[in-house]
Design a protein. Structure first.
Length: 413
């Protein structure tokens, strides 16, 4: 009794270790409709052409009536068990009933071959295919060889088997191992489809994060500038209508540019430049009434690119874009949250890195980072850069963003 319990536990361990549900288009897929079930059944049944020999043996005048009835019932039972086994096990997890069904198929093949003659040896080909379709990969190969050995042993003891046995050994061997390959291909196809779905999901998440970062940085900066200029226009309206009109015109220009930037960000084409963002920072700080010191940043930028607006040779476009986003986010935070009266922006090269530093004399750090700095940290990480934030050397808040240069550049200011 203990031996049976151990064997049953071993079988359950084998089933648990084997791959579970196989799903792929074709013979091994689980049918979702009656039409798909009929197509799959047709693919399984097409190989029954090899049963012509035992069918002719039953229908012909070779045995007694009782033997023909026994052979006909046995053949139908064998086909039914084989179809159930192959139809189910190529699209479902391995089950405990597989071993009894394979044992029944093997027993019927042995009994019918020994009872009715050599024409029934072809049933062993289907037994080998059933082993490949229903058993775990680790033991299916041994089961196929075992079934092949039984075929040879029964064939050697069956009269008139000389013409059948040589032509059945190779189909039985190839059929069984071909089904093992089909099961393995099914698992590989399933794994590839799951991997492709995972990659698509990650790409969609990354695109959503990119869009969220871009929209936050674009709209946060532009809306802050529009708010400031709206307040200025409201204060100027009673006494300075001409200056108020100029502020309204600036509001229109900023809003139009924000709309263009949002469209470009959604399309994935926008890549800000340091030169443009330095000019934008100067405008935003002036509108907020904050004294800005950007001369050092402009000098270093001019020294790096040789001429205003040209690409920086030793700073890849993606890294320059990250620094430009950092400058925009830092200036937006200074305008909206710092309460500062002075802001200093500098660029410096050190240890093969180009670092952007934005400091102010405002209230200083105010708790955990918001969405803007979190998104900026993610941008810099993608460009192998880093973000440092904290109190400034003279109070206030300091933001420092660094990205690697393609080669060392010495800048003299």
């Amino acid at each position: 009794m203990s031996v049976l319990v151990r064997c049953r536990q071993w079988w359950r361990d084998v089933l648990a270790a084997d791959d579970v549900p196989v799903e792929y288009n074709g013979v091994g897929s689980r049918p979702d409709s009656r039409r798909q079930a009929l197509v799959k059944l047709a693919w399984v049944g097409i190989w029954f052409a090899y049963l012509a020999a035992p069918a002719e043996d039953v229908l012909g005048d070779h045995h007694t009536m009782a033997a023909d009835i026994f052979g006909g019932v046995g053949l139908l039972a064998f086909v039914f068990c084989y179809v159930v086994l192959v139809f189910r096990q190529t699209s479902r997890p391995l089950e405990d009933r597989v071993l009894p069904m394979l044992g029944l198929l093997l027993a019927m093949a042995v009994v019918l071959s020994l009872t009715l003659g050599a024409a029934w040896l072809v049933l062993f080909v289907y037994v080998c295919v059933g082993c490949g379709a229903g058993l775990p990969l680790k033991i299916s190969r041994f089961a196929i060889l075992l079934a092949l050995g039984v075929l040879i042993a029964v064939g050697l003891t069956t009269p008139d088997a000389d013409s059948f046995l040589p032509v059945l050994v190779l189909p039985a061997l190839l059929g069984g191992f071909a089904m093992v390959g089909v099961r393995q291909m099914a698992r590989t196809t399933k794994a590839l489809r799951e991997a492709r779905a995972t990659v698509a999901h990650l790409a969609a998440n990354e695109e959503r994060l990119r869009l969220a970062r871009d929209l936050h940085d674009l709209l946060g900066h532009s809306l802050s500038l529009i708010t400031l200029k709206s307040e200025l226009a409201g204060r100027m309206l009673p006494d300075k209508p001409d200056q108020a009109a100029q502020q309204v015109a600036d509001i229109e220009r900023v809003s139009r540019q924000a709309l263009v930037d949002v469209r470009e960000a959604v399309s994935g084409f926008r890549r800000p430049t340091l030169d443009a963002e330095i000019a934008g920072a100067r405008t935003a700080l002036a509108a907020a009434g904050i004294s800005a010191d950007l001369d050092q940043a402009g000098t270093v930028l001019h020294s790096l690119n040789g001429m205003g607006g040209a690409p920086i040779p030793d700073l890849p476009p993606d890294e320059e874009g990250v620094l430009a986003w950092a400058l925009r986010e830092a200036v937006t935070n200074v305008v909206r949250h710092s309460g500062a009266r002075r802001c200093e922006i500098s660029l410096a090269e050190a240890d093969d890195e180009l670092c952007l530093t934005v400091t102010d004399d405002g209230r200083g750090p105010g708790g955990s980072h918001g969405n803007g700095l979190t998104g900026l940290t993610e941008r810099l990480a993608l460009a192998d850069g880093r973000l440092e934030t904290g109190p400034g050397p003279k109070g206030g808040f300091c933001l420092r963003a660094c990205v690697p240069l393609s080669r060392s550049v010495r800048v003299s200011v």
